[in-house]
Design a protein around this ligand. Structure first.
Ligand code: FAD
Length: 503
């Protein structure tokens, strides 16, 4: 055995500090020394503020107290995403977390629900989702505290302040022995076989490592600029390539969901935190100038801006090799898919989970990185297809951007999934999928794609009994949720953050 003795992390954004936190939680400082280099001159991107439920698993795996984290990052709860104007203008649908089962097996429920549609009954799919109904009434309750109630089927994530979250993880890692070095890297030194030996700072200091984690953001300082891993470009499926972002004051209590509203050449988000709201417009520069995008965003703000609008260019895709030689890339350095389903922070955590499963020795056995790269590419492609799904089923024809989306070429893997889904509502079963069938069903239904038929096996159930069960369950869910606390009241009672200190 020739174990790694030192890992150097390049970058102190969300990716860098998640990597540091995971490593110092796994290894003592004697077993593995971890050093993180970041540059205040370059700064972080600071906009990843909407998460999905696995983010809480990351916090729990680090033994981080959820309430403490919420209070220190001004977080609010998220039950899903409200999509407006995607299928048609003035139409809204909700993509909830959690499951939708009405006390049945989830697949059997969905098949029964399809039959109810065929029978002409008017049960809306989301009337059976605890998260959707809570979101509709702006209610919140912890599902784990509501076992044996319909709300136990719910799940949740957080909206968080990206700067405060990175700070929280930094404190966590530094307290556990991670060394932080401030400085700008100006050179990368390689060994004869192309591995990275060290990074050189502007000050002249050289920082070595047995292994490097590149969290340097879009620039990919090690993985691309040095190791030339290559990039798989997906802009032919997802043409948005810029975002303009601005923060505003809150004008109302934060709703327990992210809002994603389709715009003329992309979509805009509103992410409500306890102390402010994050806003952004993701757009395709082929169809919209920076000035137009900024104007659109500013006109639609609900509160006074507290930051200047900032433009962020990006290229959708992923590194051909996310792990190459003795360098793993994480976060924006490894790739980027627009934040429509808030998956980037998840991919960072996921990257670390896979990395720990394939943890190398000093010679970085290539079989480990090959399998890691295959696994990460599967995750990236799954997310890409799911994001394309939000665009390609549109019925909008009111702008050149939406006309393009309506007639776009779909990835083959997505075509396969939807052909199968359209037949009887089935979805391909894969191990370890991020987006469960409930997500596909919700977005397809929201975008107007309902399977043409249901499984014939469902006909062996007595439909009158099913109808009565669905009617009663829907009413019970609605009644139960109406008496839950408002989201704002729940926060006030359990996890109110301190007032932010004025800058
Ligand atoms: C418009 C937009 C919206 C997003 N919204 C979401 C969302 O809602 N949910 C979500 O999960 N994700 C979202 N993301 C993604 C999320 O912001 C990132 O995944 C996350 O912030 C991680 O960024 P990072 O740490 O990889 O890079 P960065 O934050 O860019 O950090 C890079 C680090 O590298 C350091 N660095 C770079 N070069 C050098 C050098 N030469 N020397 C020393 N240090 C250097 C910098 O100082 C910095 O510390 C969004 C991204 C964008 C672009």
């Amino acid at each position: 055995m020739n174990p790694l003795k030192k890992i150097t992390i390049v970058g102190g954004g969300t990716a860098g500090w998640i990597a540091a936190a995971v490593l110092c939680n796994q290894f003592s400082a004697e077993e593995l020394s971890v050093e993180l280099v970041e540059s205040a001159d370059i700064g972080t991107i600071g906009v990843g503020e909407s998460t999905i439920p696995p983010f809480l698993e990351l916090l729990h795996s680090l033994n981080i107290d959820e309430k403490d984290f919420i209070e220190k990052t001004q977080a609010s709860f998220k039950l899903g995403i409200q999509f407006s104007d995607w299928k048609q203008l003035n139409e809204t649908y909700f993509h909830p977390f959690g499951s939708i089962s009405a006390n049945m097996d989830e697949y059997v429920f969905y098949q029964n629900w399809l039959k109810s549609c065929a029978e002409g009954d008017d049960f809306a799919l989301q009337d059976f989702s605890a998260c959707s109904v809570m979101a509709k009434h702006k209610k919140f309750f912890l599902p784990q505290s509501a076992s044996k109630t319909p709300v136990s089927e719910a799940s949740y994530a957080l909206h968080l302040d990206a700067g405060l979250a990175a700070r929280y993880l930094r404190d966590y890692a530094e307290q556990r022995g991670v060394k932080r070095t401030e400085g700008k890297i100006v050179d990368v030194v390689q060994t004869d076989n192309g591995d990275i030996r060290s990074v050189r700072l502007q000050s002249g200091e050289e920082i070595a490592g047995d292994f490097f984690i590149d969290c340097s953001g879009f620039r990919g300082l090690l993985i691309e600029q040095t190791l030339k891993a290559g990039y798989e470009d997906w802009s032919h499926y997802l043409p948005c390539d810029r975002a303009v972002v601005v923060q505003t004051e809150n004008t109302a209590p934060p709703p327990p969901y992210t809002r994603a509203t389709a715009q003329a050449a992309g979509w805009s988000w509103k992410i409500p935190l306890q102390h402010r709201t994050g806003n952004g417009y993701v757009y395709a520069s082929q169809y919209c100038s920076d000035e137009e995008a900024t104007q659109t965003l500013l006109q639609q703000l609900e509160g006074n801006p507290i930051t200047e609008p900032r433009i962020i260019p990006f290229q959708t895709g992923m590194r051909k090799e996310i792990w190459k030689n003795n360098c793993l890339s994480l976060g924006l350095a490894s790739g980027f898919i627009e934040p429509l389903e808030s998956t980037a922070i998840h991919l960072i955590a996921r990257g670390m989970v896979h990395f720990m499963r394939h943890f190398p020795e000093k010679d970085c056995q290539p079989a480990l990185s090959r399998e890691f790269n295959r696994r990460m590419a599967t995750d990236y492609r799954e997310i890409r297809d799911f994001i394309v799904l939000h665009y390609c089923l549109t019925e909008r024809e009111d702008t050149p951007f939406w006309r393009w989306c309506k007639t776009m070429q779909w990835p083959e893997s997505l075509q396969y999934t939807l052909d199968y889904f359209k037949t009887q509502g089935g979805l391909p079963e894969e191990i370890d999928r991020l987006f469960a069938p409930v997500s596909w069903r919700s977005v397809c239904e929201g975008m107007g794609l309902r399977p043409g038929s249901y499984s014939p096996l469902i006909n062996s159930f007595n439909y009158a009994t099913t109808r009565s069960h669905l009617t009663n369950y829907r009413q019970a869910l609605e009644d139960f949720i109406r008496q839950l606390p408002d989201h704002e009241v729940f926060i006030e009672k359990h996890c109110r953050a301190q007032k932010p200190i004025a800058a």
